[in-house]
Design a protein around this ligand. Structure first.
Ligand code: PLP
Length: 394
């Protein structure tokens, strides 16, 4: 796979290993946003909803995401943030399994997904139970009491990859539905929600997909449920006829009903520019290169920085596109790396996280980043007060 580096703006000298958290700026993004601001909003004002196609954009951009996650056209729509989409998917799925009261998730899930589930189940106030088990115990926890299995495919902390197909099959055999969060999968690994038979899938677009901070999330509903699922967040844009201004809600056709309110038009134009880059790449090739880079990083860190211990699965087939190491002084070590322009991030209590994004990272970056890490470990330069004060975002 040839490097797509020129399609991104990356500051000179920086090795960016945090595209799993916030992707870099696509080179075409500023012009795309400026076109919407000046030529569309500026020149066309309210007419832009029709003349510039703003109204249909959530579905059109959704179809482009669909190609990356194995979803057919007309089954993905954009809007809101991932936390909101988790709420919608879970509320809809619970209604499709009305007689049951158990939701299964795991300790590797991202806290916001668990918080959303806790909040929703409490609001419903019908005796629901959220069972949060260890990732390796999910399969055994699925029985005939379970309404919904709600999992994130790739663990944000360790990169551990669930078997989406096998767990979905297990859920279906027990009569439950499966919701998959693809936050660390879309643009990271090949995903096929259709062949895995996922009932719902959700994800964000500011991580591997490079849509920019606060870029809108996506939701997929399988065609089997799309006309039946009731969107608990029943906003006007998901109404069958938003511009009839009926006093009563009637859900729109299929995935359109998962729209809630006015879409973020400018953010969607930036995301579109990011997806232009994705149109040029094959996810199989991205995966092969991501594995090569990750394996190289693991090998080099283990041989040159023996105090760090691998927190990610060693088997690349059980790992997403990130590698994590543990160290009790992980926070300070990461701050020292960032000060040297090697950008990863830290996740409490002791995890140093590095994302491998083959669109703009190559073997030379991997080797240089380990050189810097080795120097920091040998010199103990992390052991300085300036690397120990915690900032708002780690
Ligand atoms: C990044 C991430 C989120 C963040 O949700 P937002 O609403 O976009 O802030 C949620 N869930 C998972 C699994 C994530 O990785």
């Amino acid at each position: 796979m040839s490097s797509m580096r020129d399609f991104f703006h990356l500051p000179e000298g920086m090795i960016y290993l945090d595209g799993n958290s916030l992707g870099p700026l696509p080179a075409a993004a500023a012009d795309a946003a400026s076109k919407v601001i000046v030529d569309e909003w500026g020149a066309q004002l309210i007419k832009g909803w029709n003349t510039a196609g703003w109204y249909r954009q959530p579905g059109q951009v959704g179809d482009r995401i669909g190609r990356l996650i194995g979803a057919p056209a007309g089954t993905v729509v954009m809007g809101d943030t991932l936390s909101i989409k988790v709420h919608q998917a879970l509320a809809s799925a619970l209604e499709l399994r009305k007689q049951r009261r158990v939701v299964i998730s795991d300790t590797g899930n991202f806290p916001s997904d668990l918080y959303i589930a806790q909040g929703l189940l409490k609001s419903l106030d019908r005796g629901y139970v959220l069972k949060v088990v260890d990732p390796e115990d999910v399969e055994a926890a699925i029985d005939e009491t379970v309404a919904v299995v709600m999992l994130t495919e790739v663990d944000y902390r360790t990169g551990r990859l669930h078997d989406m197909k096998a767990l979905t099959r297990k859920a279906h055999q027990a009569g439950a539905l499966a919701i998959w969060d693809l936050a660390h999968s879309a643009g990271a690994i090949p995903v096929d929600v259709s062949s895995a038979k996922a009932d719902f899938a959700v994800g964000c677009t500011y991580k591997y997909l490079n849509g920019g901070p606060g870029a809108p999330a996506f939701i997929y509903v399988s065609p089997e449920h799309a006309d039946e699922a009731r969107p608990a967040l029943s906003g006007w844009m998901g109404h069958a006829q938003p511009f009839a201004f009926d006093l009563d809600y009637r859900a729109g056709v299929g995935i359109e009903r998962m729209r809630v309110g006015t879409p973020p038009v400018i953010a969607l134009s930036i995301l579109s520019a990011a997806l232009d880059v994705w149109d040029r790449v094959d996810m199989g090739e991205v995966r092969a290169k991501s594995i090569a880079l990750s394996d190289l990083f693991i090998r080099e860190v283990e041989s040159r920085c023996p105090d760090l211990s691998l927190a990610s699965p060693r088997d690349s087939s059980k790992r997403g596109s990130q590698v994590s190491f543990r160290h009790p002084e992980g926070y300070g070590i990461m701050q020292a790396l960032i000060a040297r322009d090697v950008i990863g991030d830290f996740r409490a209590p002791d995890v140093l996280r590095f994302g491998f994004t083959p669109l703009y990272i190559d073997e030379g970056d991997v080797m240089r980043s380990v050189d810097v890490l080795e120097q920091i470990m040998v010199s103990r330069s992390w052991d300085s007060p300036r690397f120990k004060s915690k900032m708002d975002v780690t």
